[in-house]
Ligand binder design. Structure first.
Ligand code: HEC
Ligand code: HEC
Length: 220
């Protein structure tokens, strides 16, 4: 299975590379135009990533994150973190994504970040319980002073669009994906956050994690 995936990745990359070279050559005598999708990124996105994240990064499967409109630097960092090197294991653990990034170069990852950042977000459409949303809203904007949970808004912004380059946007993300990440930070299975998120979630109850994930999915 893994071998087949790697073969598919190599085939798509082989197709993308000559295209990228042509576009660069053409660009050098053309006037600067509106920001185009970085050469090669779209081919990789529609050839390899689309099955799970959709061609424009607006995944409709709640377990797969929406990438459209996310900050370029954050996406590139995650792709690099998913990749193990010869000497070091991957900083972010995901059996699915580690095989996806195996054949990507650092330059591919940078271009993919720019590509998804340029796409327009189609936020999650899953309905949630009103009371849960209210709890989540209070926590997101005000934290929980009694238990030392900081307001999410202080790092992810009052409207959830994040603060580049370090703090990712969260608005409109699928609740199921967000909750999974909060739980992974909590168990330490995701630890590529310099211990920032791990500390935040260690003070949250299971109900608070559910509530804030639901609220985030409704942010626009
Ligand atoms: C087979 C399904 C699948 C394919 C194909 C796939 N992904 Fe993913 N991707 C996932 C899942 C599932 C996660 C969540 C991983 C986790 O944290 O457990 C994810 C996470 C990510 C993240 C992290 C997002 C965030 O908000 O932190 C990025 C970036 C990403 N994928 C980019 C890509 C790119 C680029 C490709 C193509 C080269 C790709 N993915 C192909 C399933 C897939
Ligand atoms: C002190 C700053 C800070 C605060 C407060 C904070 N976060 Fe974060 N958060 C981060 C950073 C930094 C990352 C990116 C980690 C990385 O690089 O992988 C992150 C990542 C995340 C992610 C992963 C996003 C993705 O696409 O995979 C989620 C979900 C998240 N935070 C939710 C929350 C929630 C909910 C709260 C409030 C309860 C919160 N954060 C409070 C700094 C913060």
């Amino acid at each position: 299975m893994k071998m087949i995936k790697n073969m598919v990745i190599r085939a798509v990359l082989a197709m993308a590379a000559p295209l990228a070279a042509e576009e660069t050559a053409a660009d050098s005598n053309a006037a600067p135009a509106a920001p185009a999708a970085p050469a090669g990124a779209q081919e990789i996105a529609s050839g390899i990533c689309a099955g799970c994240h959709n061609p424009d990064g607006n995944s409709v499967i709640p377990m797969n994150p929406i990438l459209a409109g996310q900050q370029a630097e954050y996406i590139t960092k995650q792709l690099m973190d998913f990749k193990a090197t010869e000497t070091e294991p991957a900083k972010r653990n995901s059996p699915v994504m580690s095989s996806m990034v195996a054949a990507l170069s650092q330059d591919d990852m940078k271009k993919l970040g720019e590509y998804y950042a340029q796409q327009k977000t189609v936020p999650s459409q899953v309905a949630a319980d009103e009371k849960l949303l209210e709890t989540g809203k209070i926590l997101y904007h005000g934290g929980n002073i009694e238990h030392g949970v900081p307001a999410c808004a202080s790092c992810h912004g009052p409207n959830g669009s994040g603060i580049p380059p370090r703090y990712p946007g969260v608005a409109g993300q699928h609740a199921e994906y967000t909750l999974t990440q909060l739980n992974l930070f909590n168990t330490g299975d995701r630890s590529n956050d310099s211990n920032v998120m791990q500390k935040v979630v260690s003070r949250m109850s299971a109900q608070e994690k559910r509530a804030v994930s639901a609220y985030i999915s409704t942010m626009r």
